[in-house]
Design a protein around this ligand. Structure first.
Ligand code: UDP
Length: 325
């Protein structure tokens, strides 16, 4: 099988490339390195079944050609990270909406299967956890920049489902919940790499708000295995799946867990949201996936608990030499 991964030099995309190559597939990646990095794919450069194209998904000619050559497309190229979204809203909306439009347009012409990476962010301020795929999406006002990401991803989902219904292009939507693991950087705001890196360099561990907000962290290895299984499952087409860990932890507890596991002397500090992001910033209080649907279809089960996840991420940063956040 020939697989195209848009955003393949990113944190998740590069792990997906590893998994597909290990399964004997041929992998093409298209990435403009806007948030991805060559470091993530350096180990693959000499691989005979790996091909890297340094360009943006806005290059319609190259995108069309690569889709033509591929049997399946994993569309991961997107503007991600709450900090990036708040700071660069135009880029977020344009990349996420136009990019997906291009991918679906060309894939539909050739009836290629497309896996669209969406996000748990689409559930927005919903308070009925766990979140099920059919739940209402509760988004904040358009005056609050953060919601542009959820809205752009929701539009991607509508498009994906419409291309399946109206044009018969096989699409699968996957909603990722706070995915973490090696190669993720704290540069775009993601909490776990930031905390681990802060702890290992003796800097204050910065909890935003009260720290009572909670998340479920998803081990990247589990996530990419699940994505590949879904991509090859005929009953996944035209469907949406949550992919996430199920162990809920508050951000405050996460900070102390990181401090404990790293053996750090860093202090845990609390920073108001308006200082961390922008005036009027809205956060989600809880975000917990229902994994019933994906469990029923492919037997998905998270392999690591949060202690295991933090330990592995710590080992990664220790090996790499802690970067500054
Ligand atoms: N967060 C934090 N300190 C940081 C970065 C993030 O307390 O240095 C919080 C953030 O406000 C949110 C949670 O950690 O409540 C998860 O943030 P992240 O950006 O990783 O993902 P999100 O769930 O917001 O998409």
């Amino acid at each position: 099988m020939k697989a195209l991964i848009t955003g393949g030099a990113g944190f998740i995309g590069s792990h997906l490339a590893d998994t597909l190559l290990a399964q004997g597939e041929e992998v093409f990646i298209l990435d403009d390195l806007s948030t991805g990095s060559v470091e993530n794919i350096e180990h693959l450069q000499q691989h005979p079944r790996f091909h890297y194209f340094f360009d943006t998904i806005m290059n319609r000619f190259l995108l069309a050609e690569l889709i033509d050559r591929a049997d399946i497309v994993f569309h991961l190229a997107a503007a991600v990270g709450v900090r990036l979204i708040v700071e660069s809203p135009v880029r977020t909306i344009e990349t996420n909406v136009k990019g997906t439009e291009h991918v679906l347009e060309y894939a539909a012409k050739k009836k290629k299967t497309v896996v669209i990476a969406s996000s748990s962010e689409v559930y927005g301020k919903g308070s009925q956890v766990p979140f099920r795929e059919e739940d209402d999406l509760v988004l904040g006002p358009t005056t609050k920049g953060r919601w542009s990401y959820a809205c752009s991803k929701a539009l991607d989902e509508f498009l994906a489902l419409a291309y399946w219904k109206e044009k018969g292009c096989p699409t699968i939507v996957v909603r990722f919940f706070n995915t973490v693991g090696p190669r993720q950087t704290g540069e775009y705001g993601m909490v776990l790499p930031r905390f681990v890196s802060q702890a290992l360099t003796g800097k204050p561990i910065t909890v935003y708000g009260t720290g009572q907000q909670s998340r479920c962290f998803t081990w990247v290895g589990d996530l990419v295995q699940a994505v590949v299984q879904l991509a090859k499952h005929p009953q996944a087409v035209g469907e949406i799946f949550n992919i996430g860990g199920t162990e809920e932890i508050s951000i405050r507890d996460l900070a102390f867990l990181v401090k404990d596991i790293t053996g750090s002397r860093s202090e845990v500090t609390f920073i108001p949201y308006e200082q961390a992001y922008e005036e009027g910033f809205e956060d989600m209080q809880r975000r917990v996936p229902s994994i019933e649907k994906i469990q029923n279809l492919i037997g998905y089960k998270p392999s690591l608990d949060v202690v295991g996840i933090v330990s592995r991420v710590t080992e990664y940063f220790q090996k790499k030499g802690s970067e500054t956040c």
